[in-house]
Design a protein around this ligand. Structure first.
Ligand code: FAD
Length: 396
């Protein structure tokens, strides 16, 4: 749902100006140095980029899902590292708190996440619990009015610089799988919580990812998200469900950018006495990419609208994430092809995006896990789904 098209367009235009004038010129340097300048992060705070999805009552912009998807498709046209800096706060690192936090918890943390004063992270994955996150082994044992956490989280985006950690731990050792899991809001500085140096990565240099180590980390019972035990996994799934649509939008932006880069390169590069854009086999690479970008964009926007109407889009969110992330990787591969040998050269725009977007098919559910989700949903539904004959949804 777009509440005010004029206001949204003004916002998108400001963001577009920011990424083209201030972010894109730094892409290559940041890829090489792995450091995002502090001044740029300050500009992100000034522009309100950290708080887009957080409700207005807590200092954010309260964007609807469709509005946020529009923002995501623009912001991600610059290298993925920029969005990764604030994307947790306006996605996975705040969403569980937004949907399931108590009012006290929301008032304590959401304004600081919305302003970007604090950076949040979402710590679910463990060395032995990746695709099967319900196998997590981190424990949280009750001790009077406190819990004592022990365990190790890995591959956590922004962990090395985060101020607030949403940590998922097992509070009931007798309840297997998802049932015994609770979520905890833990501040940096809490004794027993530490973050080793960031890990080295294939791409997305400048977006720190690393471990969260919990060694007898003692937190007050009031830090249980929502104040209720055993509901942590449900909160994680709610946050991930929305995040899948966000991430799909974030896959469309890079693909749009790469279509532009392919067009520029194909018109500038001459072989056999003419621009390579004259060759139909090169045209096919670009035409297929542009068509797939439009298909992903349409799917993401339609799913966002349906979510805004309150419909259950669990399956469609998986479809968005699966299709858009695979699409983006196909487009990045074609971009390298259009650039030829230079597309393999370190620092080339196609080479950089090719490395950066590879992650999209892995995190927040691998492609295989989304294929399984989609099949599970289809197999559990009646043969003739309403969406097969209701082509037009009544407007709200
Ligand atoms: C850079 C980066 C940032 C990340 N950020 C975060 C974060 O902020 N927070 C967080 O909690 N996690 C984060 N993750 C973790 C990410 O979500 C996991 O890596 C992902 O869920 C896959 O888990 P895994 O790596 O253990 O792979 P595995 O689960 O070991 O999967 C390996 C392969 O097996 C396949 N596979 C597994 N099970 C099945 C099955 N049942 N059927 C078919 N195929 C299967 C997978 O699809 C995959 O191809 C991040 C990861 C990376 C690399």
């Amino acid at each position: 749902m777009i509440r005010d098209a004029e206001r949204l367009n003004a916002l998108l235009s400001d963001i577009h100006h920011f990424i083209t004038a201030e972010c894109m010129p730094l892409e290559e340097d940041i890829d090489r140095s792995g450091v995002l300048p502090d001044g740029l992060v300050q500009r992100m705070r000034q522009l309100g980029l950290f708080g887009h999805s957080i409700p207005e009552a807590y200092g954010g912009a309260g964007l609807t899902c469709e509005e946020l998807s529009c923002v995501n498709m623009v912001v991600s046209q610059a290298a993925t590292v920029f969005r990764a800096r604030f994307g947790g706060n306006t996605g996975i690192a705040s969403e569980a708190l937004v949907v399931d936090g108590t009012d006290v918890q929301k008032r304590a943390y959401l304004p600081r996440l919305a302003s970007g004063e604090w950076t949040g992270c979402f710590a679910l994955t463990e060395p032995e619990a990746g695709s099967d996150a319900t196998a997590l082994r981190t424990t949280a044992e009750r001790d009077g009015d406190h819990f004592v956490l022990n365990g190790r989280k890995c591959y956590i985006t922004n962990a090395p610089l985060a101020d607030l950690f949403t940590v998922f731990a097992r509070t009931d050792p007798d309840a297997p799988g998802a049932r015994g899991v609770s979520a905890f809001l833990i501040e940096r500085g809490t004794p027993g919580l530490s973050t080793p140096p960031e890990m080295g990565k294939m791409g997305q240099h400048g977006s720190p990812v690393g471990e969260v180590v919990l060694e007898n980390c003692r937190v007050a019972a009031a830090s249980v998200l929502g104040g209720e035990l055993g509901r942590g996994f449900r909160s994680a799934m709610k946050a991930l469900n929305k995040q899948r649509i966000n991430l799909a939008g974030l896959c469309v932006g890079p693909a749009m950018r790469l279509v532009d880069e392919m067009l520029k390169r194909a018109q500038a590069r001459r072989q056999f006495g003419r621009p390579i854009a004259d060759f139909q086999l090169v045209q096919q690479l670009i035409a297929d990419s542009a068509t797939e970008v439009q298909a992903a964009k349409a799917l993401v926007l339609e799913t966002s609208r349906r979510r805004d109407r309150g419909e259950d889009v669990t399956m469609e969110a998986s479809m968005c994430k699966l299709f858009a992330s695979e699409m983006c990787n196909r487009v990045a591969d074609r971009a390298v092809q259009v650039f030829g040998g230079s597309g393999y050269e370190a620092g080339n725009v196609a080479e950089r995006f090719f490395r950066d977007v590879r992650l999209f098919r892995l995190y927040e559910g691998t492609s295989q896990i989304h294929q399984l989700n989609i099949a599970k949903q289809l197999l559990s539904q009646p043969a003739l789904r309403p969406s097969h004959h209701q082509m037009h949804q009544p407007s709200a």
